[in-house]
Design a binder for this molecule. Structure first.
Ligand code: NAP
Length: 481
């Protein structure tokens, strides 16, 4: 059985407590690896190591830091298939998706920030009396990087790459639910010989390990991606210590389909934006609003196509949905469906485990893609994030109605609009209270653009220039000449 270890100061260490958490294969329900249950002492070791490494790493030239990131990316490319299979086993996502999205984007994260740091620009101004001001952007210090279970390597590297590129050192706390590819990444860093202490990994539960990390006085910056409730706890923890913090939180995103949309394309993409990664993507469009003229046509075709999606073994060809990540999460998603039924929601398809699973997958956490109709916008399912393969559909008459419903949740992460009318697209995009709007597409990523949410979906922006800003501190130097 795979036994994961912490990676601290260039060494693979058992946790101080010597206790481990079970890590389950969601396809079979079996424990297949052990994850350290680290405590505050492990965190102290990791932060101390990062602090020490910061002295040299922060003064290492940008080109050299970029070279290290490329070395890591090269190794990830070399081990691409190994990483993809590990992500699929740990999370339950289809293997083709691990390859196409998770591991590919993890590599891109390293390559992008390796290049970006070489093109860093700083401002300067001159004053009437000839004085010169210039801005220095310097690394912040030790970064605590905390990531969730849905896109484990992809989201962790989205933080590690800019943190190291800008000269910070890091302590990573991956989700205890999916720790395997982070451990493999630690091994890659060790193999390429990244200087000791530049990037440490401490595994364990959020409540103990994560909290000890966030609260450690030696941590200067916190980059967190996860649920809104956890985000609120972290925001409270860091507030009195004035740590630089970025919070990428949950979403309850609207997908608005106007009557003039290219319906075939809208349906094809809506299947993905609803159920890709079992709907366990913060950007999934879980509330679908369709203009009334095309509602019935959309509904019939959407339901028919979703019924045909293959649910099962994530390593098998043609599988669109694997299992949900854990038993606890499956139970939570099922309880949301029950709640919707109580609120008069009509389940058009799904809502149960597939019946034709082979014996070896019979204990896996599978759920059919689920579509629910006839829920009012004040029902709990329309308001709260499910983070599973469950969407609601609803018809609207006027654009302003769709915008109002889209904005009627505590969240504000993203939205999609489907229309051929470019003027309408602009107007509606401007009215949506979210951090990202996609028009006639979904999940397209340009690393140069800011990413983040408003309202309960988070604080701050990362991506491109925004990541460089977040992971550096600005200093103004004024010289009287
Ligand atoms: P979560 O329960 O909030 O956990 C996220 C991470 O925080 C995990 O590593 C967790 O550790 C850790 N953690 C928990 N409590 C902590 C504490 N008090 N102090 C420090 N760390 C703590 O979220 P999740 O269930 O893993 O992920 C699903 C959520 O993430 C969804 O809400 C989804 O929308 C959101 N998400 C947002 C984005 C975005 O970019 N906005 C992207 C992906 C996912 P353990 O897991 O070990 O407890």
């Amino acid at each position: 059985m795979l036994k994961i270890k912490n990676y601290i100061n260039g060494e693979f260490l058992e946790p101080n407590s010597d206790s481990y958490l079970d890590n389950f294969n969601p396809s079979t329900g079996e424990v297949y690896s052990k994850c350290p249950d680290s405590d505050a002492l492990d965190v102290v070791l990791a932060v101390t190591s990062s602090k020490k490494a910061f002295v040299k790493w922060s003064k290492t030239g940008a080109q050299e830091r970029a070279d290290w990131l490329h070395k890591i990316a090269d190794k990830l490319e070399e081990k691409f298939d190994e990483f993809a299979l590990a992500e699929t086993t740990d999370v339950g996502k289809p293997l083709w998706l691990s390859k196409k999205m998770d591991i590919t984007r993890a590599i891109e994260n390293f390559r992008f920030f390796a290049s970006k740091i070489l093109h860093k620009e700083e401002r300067s101004t001159t004053m009437d009396d000839g004085s010169l001001n210039y801005e220095l952007r310097q690394p912040v210090g030790v970064a605590a990087l905390i990531s969730p279970w849905n896109l484990p390597l992809y989201l962790l590297t989205w933080k590690i790459a800019p943190a190291l590129a800008t000269g910070n050192t890091a302590v990573c706390k991956p989700s205890e639910v999916t720790p395997v590819t982070a451990f493999m990444l630690a091994k890659v860093m060790d193999e390429v010989g990244l200087p000791k202490g530049v990037c440490n990994f401490v595994f364990g539960s959020g409540k103990e390990t994560g909290s000890a990390l966030v609260n450690h006085p030696g941590v200067d910056l916190v980059s967190f991606t996860g649920g809104t409730e956890t985000g609120a706890v972290i925001a409270t923890d860091v507030a009195s210590q004035f740590k630089k913090t970025s919070l990428e939180l949950g979403g309850k995103n609207a997908n608005i389909i106007f009557k003039d949309a290219d319906l075939d394309k809208a349906i094809e993409t809506t299947i993905k934006s609803s159920f890709l990664n079992q709907g366990e993507i913060c950007l999934c469009g879980s509330r679908i609003f369709i203009q009334e003229e095309i509602f019935e046509e959309f509904k019939e075709s959407f339901v028919k196509k979703v019924k045909e999606l293959k649910v099962g073994d994530p390593t098998a060809e043609g599988t669109f949905c694997g299992p949900l990540v854990s038993k606890g999460h499956l139970d939570k998603v099922m309880s949301c469906i029950e709640l919707a039924k109580k609120d008069q929601g009509v389940v058009l398809t799904g809502g149960k485990s597939p019946e034709d699973l082979p014996q070896d997958l019979s204990k896996g956490y599978f759920l059919e893609p689920t579509i629910i109709d006839e829920l009012s916008d004040c029902s709990e399912l329309q308001q709260q994030e499910v983070f599973g393969p469950v969407v609601t559909i609803r018809s609207f008459k006027y654009p302003k109605e769709a915008v109002k419903w889209a904005n009627t949740t505590p969240y504000g992460l993203s939205a999609s609009i489907w229309t051929k009318d470019i003027s309408r697209a602009h107007k509606v995009a401007a009215q949506l209270d979210v951090g990202t709007v996609w028009v006639n597409t979904w999940l397209k990523r340009d690393l140069r653009m800011p990413f983040g949410g408003v309202k309960a979906s988070g604080l701050g922006r990362e991506g491109g220039e925004d990541s460089l800003k977040f992971f550096t501190e600005s200093k103004t130097v004024c010289i009287s000449l």
